[in-house]
Write a protein that binds this ligand. Structure first.
Ligand SMILES: Nc1ncnc2c1ncn2[C@@H]1O[C@H](COP(=O)(O)OP(=O)(O)OP(=O)(O)O)[C@@H](O)[C@H]1O
Length: 118
């Protein structure tokens, strides 16, 4: 079945990225941690939805970044300003999303943690 083959290929890509990219492993670990904290803090449906969008978005973007880095290494194994620019821009996209994710994390978690402490 074509669909099963496509899913298998995609799973192989995710495994390869997890194996080679420390950022990807960090995002995976961070996702597990925030999911556990969200469960402890009894997140509402809407809070879960926001958290999942952020986690999934970050991982998907990191996968695209890894794909671009891999493609650049294939096309230009030597140093080239354009190759560097492509990697820098892709890394910039990840940084923008990561900063947004951190801000959303603060909005979601801080009031609940304060409620828990006071
Ligand atoms: N072929 C190249 N030509 C010019 N500069 C490059 C090239 N490859 C990498 N660079 C520069 O080095 C930086 C890091 O690239 P590298 O391929 O090592 O990414 P990386 O270390 O895997 O990134 P990360 O670990 O952040 O995912 C790039 O953002 C770019 O500035």
């Amino acid at each position: 079945m074509r669909f099963v083959t496509s899913v298998r290929n995609a799973a192989r890509g995710i495994r390869a990225a997890l194996k080679s990219e420390r950022h990807m492993r960090f995002h995976f670990f961070a996702a597990v941690v925030v999911l556990i904290i969200g469960w402890i803090l009894k997140f509402s449906s809407i809070e879960w939805a926001i958290l999942l969008i952020v986690i999934i978005g970050m991982m998907a973007l990191e996968l695209v970044n890894t794909a671009l880095e891999t493609l650049v290494d294939l096309v230009e194994p030597d140093q080239h300003p354009v190759a560097g620019k492509v990697k820098d821009i892709a890394a910039g996209a990840c940084l923008v999303f990561a900063i947004g994710a951190a801000i959303i994390g603060f909005i979601l978690f801080i009031p609940k943690l304060i409620d828990l402490l006071v």
